[in-house]
Design a protein around this ligand. Structure first.
Ligand code: 6PG
Length: 480
């Protein structure tokens, strides 16, 4: 067995296979390993002409095929399978070697694994990879964490295989930060992906139920939107999905698919972690809840007969004007989703001392990943203009765009409410915006109630300190 492979990939299901092919197509010799050996040989048989592969049948052969420091990419299921592969390979490695986990691991697992392997001198890189099968093959967005020094040798290879941003050709990869930073950022990417998809879903439902358009007409509307500021991969594929007609029935494809959305868990993690960090990611949370609500088939069946409003019919001109308003609402809500997602990344970075550069994150999401969009160029510009931006909403351009969109945004939510179309994503985004800009919040009343029933104390607007009112007595105020 030659020891000439610059990188090895173990776990050759579709993502691993395509990532291995991407490395090979970019001139790297790639060692291959899979638990079921036939998959390894199949890859070489089918794609061997794309580059140089070394097929290894055993873990030992695989490790021996790698030049030092060894770079070993694992592309297996997150959780137990990842631990099993690490346990298999770690004893065969030497200090300075690298294990790179390209799965959708929970960042806390990545932190644990990085710490354990560091004790053996092995560099563990938790690496977020986005872009699905196509991205893995043609250029994904890559979010590696782990030790900084691992990026010196790994980074140039990742830069070669990554997507390049359309506007300036920059590789969509950066060293995100130490230990679990890469997987954390990938998790939030997916949370934003959920929110984007939910907002698009709400826009579709409004265009269908309020404006009365057919899926094919809505596909055209999305195509038009995709030529403007909403230009993005998700809007593009939405048009494709809506235009598709089911061959078996001749019906719109979207009408023959069971309306129960599934999830693998990264959106849910984003919300769970946000709760721990105290970050309001209401748009992402509504997206996760909307998926779970859709899956409660029995509950939905039992509720279908509940009263709703009488639908309002719109004229053609009114429907067209409404569609324009929905575009405004979608755009404004999208700004809020990203604001919330970036807030979570900042909070995670502060909590774990990762020193994540938010501008760099927006930059590497400009190509390859599922949420890639022209919009990310504008986020990048916002952080370029001010690296310590407190929130995307503080950026002048975004603030102005929301100011221009807000009347339509509110009108759309009014119309949805009037016609009984659920728009939790649009509504949560607007509520976040209105709450943030409010002079006073009812949180003062909440504090009063807490003090009333639990003597939890409150702070005053005019004096320092903690205070308690003797609610059960003469209602005088005492200092705690
Ligand atoms: C990506 C995707 C990818 C995957 C998600 C889908 O960035 O390439 O996010 O990670 O498609 O796991 O997640 P759900 O199954 O939870 O929708």
């Amino acid at each position: 067995m030659s020891t000439s492979a610059q990188i090895g990939v173990t776990g050759l299901a579709v993502m691993g296979r395509n990532l291995a092919r991407n490395f090979a197509r970019n001139g790297y010799t790639v060692a291959l390993h899979n638990r079921t050996v036939s998959k390894t040989h199949e890859l070489v048989e089918n794609f061997g002409d794309e580059g140089d592969f070394i097929a290894a049948e055993t873990a030992k052969e695989f490790v021996e095929a790698l030049e030092r420091p060894r770079r070993l990419v694992i592309m297996v299921k997150a959780g137990g399978p990842t631990d099993a592969v690490i346990e298999e390979f770690a004893p065969l490695l030497e200090p300075g070697d690298m294990i790179i986990d390209g799965g959708n691991a929970h960042f806390a697992d990545t932190r644990r694994r990085e710490k354990a392997l560091r004790e053996q001198g092995i560099h563990f890189v938790g690496m977020g990879v986005s872009g699905g099968e196509e991205g893995a093959l043609h250029g994904p967005s890559i979010m590696p964490g782990g030790p900084r020094e691992s990026y010196d040798s790994l980074g140039p290879m990742l830069e070669k295989i990554s997507a390049k941003a359309a506007s300036d050709g920059a590789p969509c990869v950066t060293h995100v930060g130490p230990d679990g930073a890469g997987h954390f950022v990938k998790m939030v990417h997916n949370g934003i992906e959920y929110a984007d998809m939910q907002l698009i879903g709400e826009a579709y439902q409004l265009l269908r139920d309020v404006a009365g358009y057919s899926p094919a007409q809505i596909a055209d509307i999305f195509r038009t939107w995709n030529t403007g500021r909403l230009d993005s991969y998700l809007i593009e594929i939405t048009a494709e999905v809506l235009a598709h007609v089911d061959a078996a029935t001749g019906k719109p494809f979207v009408d023959v698919v069971v309306d129960q959305a599934e999830q693998k868990g990264t959106g849910r993690w984003t919300v769970q972690i946000a709760l721990d960090l105290g970050v309001p990611v209401s748009g992402i949370a509504e997206a996760v809840f909307a998926r779970s609500l859709s899956g409660h088939a029995d509950l939905r069946a039992a509720s279908r007969g509940l009263a709703g409003p009488k639908p309002t019919a719109l004229s053609d001109a009114e429907a067209a004007a409404f569609a324009d308003r929905v575009e405004q609402a979608l755009y404004a809500s999208k700004i809020v989703s990203y604001t919330q997602g970036f807030h979570e990344i900042q909070a995670g970075s502060d909590e774990y001392g990762w020193d994540i550069d938010l501008g760099a994150v927006s930059s590497i999401w400009r190509g390859g990943c599922i949420i890639r969009a022209a919009f990310l160029d504008r986020i990048r510009a916002a952080y370029d203009a001010r690296a310590d931006l407190p929130s995307l909403l503080s950026d002048e351009t975004f603030a102005r765009e929301i100011a221009e969109a807000q009347d339509d945004w509110r009108e759309v939510i009014i119309a949805a409410t009037r016609d009984g179309v659920a728009v939790p994503g649009f509504s949560a985004a607007l509520a976040y915006y209105d709450a943030l800009r409010a002079e006073r919040l009812p949180a003062a009343l909440t504090q009063g109630q807490r003090d009333f029933f639990g003597a939890h104390t409150y702070r005053r607007v005019d004096r320092e300190g903690a205070f308690h009112t003797l609610w059960g007595g003469d209602r005088s105020e005492v200092t705690e």
